[in-house]
Design a protein around this ligand. Structure first.
Ligand code: PMP
Length: 423
């Protein structure tokens, strides 16, 4: 083990400056081992992981049942999915069709969330014959040209020549309005963009059901029904990005199910592979027909990733992770609400299932960014890994492996209470 200092030195010497500051800590640990909801550093210190690598490790780190499948597939066949017939990807597509919302049943597999969103946007163009998109403030959709263009968070918009085909509308977050009013204002803002740009130019609206990096921004339960109806009036597709919210994270297999809406196109990534790179864009039979030109990803849906993803879906089902996420999420949310009563720095607790955020603000209403960093550092020192997000980097993010226990939650809450009291 080379140790944290050496890793930082090598990052500085051999990676790009863009990757230097991405970790959360002044003194980041070197993580060397994972075991379900626990992580271990090079000193042997144990951490309870309450972030799961941003909703990636939903089934836990080094989950033995899933690893057994992955290792066995690795020892049998690693290959591309193109050229020859292999069965793992089609089996996964068939299985995925049984859990996707409504009439979504066709999948195109790739390796990352960005790639899935890029493909989904291409599909929307091919099906509608239209070119432009609506995206929402605070949204994050990826690192490729179109998906970075559709990303509204300034720190993730590095390209100086972003596409002009993306038109931004308000999301449901507002400093001044309550959630209901902000959600209505968002719908109005989308209507306005459609009017200004012309429905005949807009292929799709792309949105996360709950904005992750944007600060666990959680629309009210009527929001997506009203949005879908509006888009249908104008023949605009609803493209839902479930990259961070999918696979039992929010108490349902997919977060959009909480909203009773079936999107036209949906993307999945992260937790589908539980650490193995695999993603997909998914749609119904009719829209899929528009994608006829040959297209394939060399390693998208490769046998190892597909077999692993199949094991992930089996594990979620067998262990009732949707119900678990809903149940434990309600407990964690209630305890965070109690902390909010005690510590005025917590402005709001929001989210669904085990995708929860606590927004921290100073007494003058400004984002408590430095305090958030301090809390993260102190929790880490106490053996707890928590995330942060939001435009002001002032939202504590709780997105643990769904295998955490009530006792783990109790430990988190006690320590968070202590740390908030120390501030
Ligand atoms: N969409 C959402 C909602 C995400 O959270 C992310 C990554 N944080 C992406 C897309 C991009 O995924 P990837 O990093 O796998 O390209």
């Amino acid at each position: 083990m080379i140790g944290a200092d050496k890793i930082i030195q090598k990052k500085k010497e051999f990676l790009f400056p863009s990757s230097h500051g991405n970790h959360f800590y002044k003194n980041p640990p070197q993580i060397v081992k994972g075991d379900m909801q626990y992580l271990y550093d090079d000193q042997g210190k144990e951490y309870i992981d309450f972030f799961a690598g941003v909703s990636v490790m939903n089934c836990g780190h080094c989950n033995k049942e899933i690893l057994d499948v992955a290792i066995s597939q690795m020892q049998t066949l690693q290959h591309t999915t193109i050229i020859y017939l292999t069965e793992q990807m089609v089996n996964l597509a068939e299985k995925l069709a049984t859990v996707l919302p409504g009439n979504l049943r066709r999948s195109f597999f790739c390796c990352t969330g960005s790639e899935a969103n890029e493909g989904a946007m291409l599909l929307a163009r091919l099906y509608t014959g239209k070119n432009d998109f609506i995206a929402l403030h605070n949204g994050l959709h990826g690192r490729t040209h179109l998906t970075m263009s559709a990303t509204a968070i300034p720190m993730w918009r590095a390209d100086p020549d972003l596409s002009r085909c993306i038109h931004f509308a308000k999301n449901v977050y507002s400093d001044t309005l309550d959630l209901e009013s902000a959600a209505k204002a968002s719908i109005e803002s989308i209507k306005q963009v459609i009017e200004e740009q012309g429905a005949e130019n807009i292929a799709a609206l792309i949105a996360e059901p709950i904005q992750g990096n944007g600060g666990i921004i959680t629309p009210p339960l009527w929001y997506f029904k009203e949005l879908k109806a509006l888009l249908e009036q104008h023949d605009i597709l609803l493209l839902i990005d479930e990259v961070q919210t999918g696979f039992a994270r929010t108490g349902k297999m997919f977060a959009i199910e909480n909203y009773g809406v079936v999107p036209d196109i949906m993307t999945v990534a992260k937790a589908l592979g539980n650490g193995m790179p695999i993603s997909a864009f998914c749609t119904n039979d009719e829209i899929a027909k528009a994608f006829t030109k040959p297209s394939a990803s060399t390693l998208g849906g490769n046998p190892v990733s597909s077999a692993t993803a199949m094991a992930v879906l089996d594990y979620i089902e067998k262990n009732n992770l949707c119900e678990r996420s809903e149940y434990l999420g309600a407990i964690l949310k209630q305890k965070l609400e109690l902390l909010k009563e005690k510590h005025p720095i917590i402005k709001e607790v929001r989210g669904l299932g085990l995708m929860l955020g606590a927004e921290l603000v100073k007494a003058n209403g400004e984002a408590a960014s430095e305090e958030t960093d301090l809390i993260l550092e102190k929790l880490k020192d106490r053996g707890l890994i928590v995330g942060k997000n939001g435009l002001g980097r002032n939202v504590l993010a709780f997105q643990p492996p769904l295998v955490i226990t009530e006792e783990n939650i109790e430990v988190l809450i006690q320590n968070l209470d202590d740390v908030l009291s120390e501030l």
